[in-house]
Design a binder for this molecule. Structure first.
Ligand SMILES: [Zn+2]
Length: 118
């Protein structure tokens, strides 16, 4: 079980990451808007630039997902349910939380989850 102090440290990391990702998403959305605008103006580069905005949208989507997970983790800290595996209700090891502070599953459940979602 993670101690109060360890959770406080992870909370700071999560909050910083949250701000960072929000900024990234904000920038990416501006870039996508700009790329799309250019696509409309310039037919010549259409194929290339539309794939740029596509890639950027995919990355942004990933970041939005990560942001959701981080916000869930911060909420869990508030609810005192942080560090508990979503699947088996066991405590997630502190080593795993340090590596991935918004981990939802313990190591063994994560393996099962990944196996099922291949
Ligand atoms: Zn588990």
């Amino acid at each position: 079980m993670a101690s109060k102090k360890q959770i406080d440290e992870l909370k700071i990391i999560l909050e910083e990451k949250c701000i960072q990702i929000e900024n990234n998403i904000f920038d990416a959305k501006n870039n996508i808007a700009q790329l799309k605008e250019n696509e409309c103006k310039d037919d010549f580069d259409f194929a290339e630039s539309s794939s740029d905005s596509f890639t950027l949208e995919a990355i942004t989507k990933q970041q939005v997902n990560e942001l959701t997970e981080i916000k869930n983790a911060l909420q869990a800290i508030k609810n005192n349910t942080y560090g508990i595996c979503d699947m088996c209700d066991e405590n997630i090891s502190i080593g795993r939380l340090k590596a991935k502070p918004f981990a939802k599953y313990c190591t063994s459940c994560r393996e099962i989850y990944e196996e099922e979602n291949k």
